[in-house]
Design a protein around this ligand. Structure first.
Ligand code: G6P
Length: 367
């Protein structure tokens, strides 16, 4: 069927704006907001019976899985092993019988992810997949699928599929926590309520478009950019860098903020913008000290934070993108939007083909 851009300039812009709605649809599939419970979704394994979860995916889906690792470990005390499909499939990983495998793919057709799935199949472990296309090969070859209800995604750079993957994975992590006895009924109710607020905060994030567009005008002048974050903001920093390089062709790297001193700090000067993703969470003060290291070397900082974070981070010559204060579990979903918008507007200023960036494909079905 036909999908059109509506009154948007690009599919990517349209898909960014659809997020509050599709995140809400996706969450409602997994969570009962009225009862404050995770739904009893059919699983090919019982979270209380496994001692390890292996996640494999490519590109943006890999970064969604990388965020989910923190969630499964924190809320469900479930150890997670994660790798990109192109490595996982050749690693010859010994798979323990008490593990389960989870694959994440928008298209459900990515060759390396599919090969990783088939490797796990040969090892006899239960297989589940988070997919956006329910009739895809990965969906068909899985024991169970967890659909993202993002609708068709046309822009090559993934946006709404990513936040819907995060929504599914957060709901699954809470479910796993309940099944493993690490999330009490009260905590479950609270986490479900927090998750239910994600669409509203995503809407608030979209309202920052004018400010982000102005920052993007400056960003479009640079050759390199560095993204930093800690905890769940680390994979988000990698996603920010990935988005920027995919559609604006500006070289960007995403780094764990604590690794700054082990290499990238050598690159910092006035010409190197550093985009820091730092909600005011348990890691915030550590990230602020990394920002001070950047500022001391003349680096230009764009801090994406919340009201409390902006109040606490007093660093000169810093731009701040201020989101509302959000519960920790939904921060990666909400913070995804400003990083998508920053890449989007930068690419628009550069005049690139936003929906069809050079050399990239929506679905990579070859090795
Ligand atoms: C390509 C796309 C990315 C996507 C990746 C994985 O590189 O350009 O946007 O994240 O493939 O695709 P999948 O369909 O498996 O999520």
């Amino acid at each position: 069927f036909m999908v059109d851009k509506g009154n948007h300039r690009h599919f990517m812009e349209k898909e960014i704006h659809e997020q509050p709605e599709v995140i809400g649809h996706t969450l409602a599939h997994y969570l009962d907001f009225v009862e404050g419970r995770t739904r009893d979704i059919p699983l090919p394994f019982d979270f209380s019976q496994i001692d390890r979860l292996s996640i494999s995916a490519c590109g943006t889906a890999f970064l969604a899985g990388s965020v989910a690792r923190y969630w499964f470990e924190r809320y469900a005390r479930l150890p997670v092993d994660i790798d990109v499909g192109s490595e996982f499939r050749y690693r010859e990983m010994p798979i323990s019988p008490n593990s389960a495998a989870l694959f994440i793919s928008q298209s459900g057709e990515t060759a390396d992810t599919l090969a990783s799935l088939r490797y796990c199949r040969s090892q006899g472990v239960p297989i589940a997949a988070v997919v956006n296309v329910p009739e895809s090969t990965i969906a068909r070859e899985s024991d169970a699928i967890f659909p993202t209800l993002a609708g068709p995604e046309i822009g090559v750079a993934s946006t709404k599929a990513f936040t819907c993957q995060l929504a599914v994975l957060a709901a699954l992590a809470v479910r796993a926590g309940v099944q493993r006895g690490h999330v009490s009924p009260e905590q479950e109710r609270e986490l479900v309520r927090f998750l239910s607020e994600a669409p509203r905060f995503a809407t608030a994030a979209l309202k920052l478009d004018d400010q982000i567009e102005k920052l993007a005008r400056e960003l479009s002048q640079v050759k390199h950019a560095l993204y930093l974050g800690r905890g769940t903001s680390f994979p988000l920093a990698m996603e920010g860098a990935l988005k920027l390089k995919e559609i604006s062709y500006i070289h960007a790297e995403g780094y764990a903020a604590g690794e700054l001193k082990h290499g990238p700090i050598a690159l910092i000067d006035e010409n190197m913008p550093v985009i820091v993703i730092a909600p005011h969470d348990r890691n915030f003060d550590k990230t602020v000290s990394n920002m001070q290291e950047v500022a001391a070397r003349g680096g230009r900082i764009i801090l994406i934070t919340d009201t409390e974070g902006a109040r606490r981070a007093t660093i000169n010559a810093m731009e701040t993108i201020i989101l509302p204060d959000v519960p920790e579990i939904i921060a990666p979903i909400v913070y995804a939007l400003p990083i998508q918008m920053l890449a989007y507007f930068t690419a628009v200023f550069m005049g690139t083909d936003v929906d069809q960036p050079r050399n990239l494909a929506k679905s990579v079905t070859v090795e």
